[in-house]
Write a protein that binds this ligand. Structure first.
Ligand SMILES: NC(=O)c1ccc[n+]([C@@H]2O[C@H](COP(=O)([O-])OP(=O)(O)OC[C@H]3O[C@@H](n4cnc5c(N)ncnc54)[C@H](OP(=O)(O)O)[C@@H]3O)[C@@H](O)[C@H]2O)c1
Length: 284
């Protein structure tokens, strides 16, 4: 059976592709720029843009299962839910093309519920993944400081988060694409432990094998630094307050996901070791 992976060059998508290939599945990967990204040789690479749904129609021919990437929050600067609506159109095209199974990358953010409804009512057998904060966000948030020095400066040192390794999300997607028994499931996915921001920085340092110091700064200092880095002020306010605002809803992982994959959840320390090249100290 052919499985179409959308968002295939993305953090989760590329791991979905690799996991499916490892399992011996026939994979078709959708990207806007087929020549840019190096996929495993076994993968059929096809062009298409989720923001222009008609361009995706040919890629759906003969597909039995779909990994659906939602266009939303692609960068901290772009937050348009019109992009989710274009993803809704892909769901309709997939159902019309005879795709039997869909695994949607959603979010713990309720803004994705509209797209979830469309998937649930599509007639396809569906599984919805609702991950919280991705560990890979740290590359944008803290990567520049970790590469250029040994200090991370952040406000709200004692706010909690449960960052999840993108490969763990992908493992759940692969299981749901290949195995029976996941239809109708909403999988709430978090990392394996709740860590304060201070603890997260320490865990990343451990994974990189060097000490990264944490320096707590005030809300006003953090705001000024992010705005100076070119991020729009209204986005900055949301970014800084995300941790304290979400504290009450963040619980240590009690997700059924490790039951799904049968393997222990990857820690933030493992995540950092996996991204050692992305976080390598630049020589000054
Ligand atoms: N970051 C978080 O903490 C978090 C938490 C929960 C949920 N989420 C959700 O997870 C998703 C991000 O997943 P990810 O990190 O795996 O993806 P990602 O790394 O942001 O990759 C996005 C991929 O989408 C593809 N794409 C297709 N059409 C596009 C278009 N018109 N414009 C821009 N990109 C397009 C791009 O592939 P090509 O360039 O090859 O076409 C790109 O590789 C978002 O929907 C986000 O809301 C994120």
């Amino acid at each position: 059976m052919t499985i179409l992976v959308t968002g295939a060059t993305g953090n989760v998508g590329r791991n979905v592709v690799e996991g499916l290939v490892r399992a011996g599945a026939k994979v078709r990967a959708l990207t806007r720029t087929p020549d840019r990204f190096r996929f495993p040789d076994e993968v059929e690479v096809v062009g298409g843009d989720l923001a222009a749904p008609e361009t995706v129609r040919p890629a759906l021919a003969g597909v039995e299962a779909l990994y659906l990437f939602p266009l939303a929050y692609l960068t901290p600067q772009i937050r348009s839910f019109e992009d989710v609506i274009t993803t809704e159109a892909i769901v309709g095209l997939a159902a019309a093309a005879g795709v039997g199974r869909v695994v949607m990358l959603g979010s713990s953010d309720p803004d994705f519920l509209g797209l979830e409804r469309v998937v649930e009512e599509s007639g396809m057998a569906w599984t919805i993944l609702r991950p919280g904060e991705f560990a890979v966000n740290k590359l944008d948030q803290w990567g520049p400081s970790i590469r250029s020095g040994d200090v991370v400066r952040t406000a709200y040192a004692d706010a909690w988060g449960t960052p999840i390794h993108e490969a763990d999300i992908a493992d759940v997607a692969v299981a749901a694409l290949l195995e029976d028994g996941h239809a109708g499931a909403h999988y709430e996915l978090t990392g394996p432990a709740a860590l304060t921001l201070r603890q997260q920085v320490a865990a990343i340092g451990e994974g990189l094998g060097r000490e990264i110091r944490f320096e707590e700064i005030t809300h006003a200092q953090a705001r000024a630094e992010l705005i100076a880095a070119g991020i729009a002020p209204e986005v900055v306010d949301e970014m800084i307050l995300w941790y304290p605002d979400n504290y009450a809803t963040l619980v240590p992982a009690v997700s059924p996901a490790s039951e799904v994959t049968g393997r222990p959840w990857r820690t933030l320390t493992e995540w950092a070791a996996d991204h050692a090249d992305d976080l390598r100290r630049e020589e000054s």
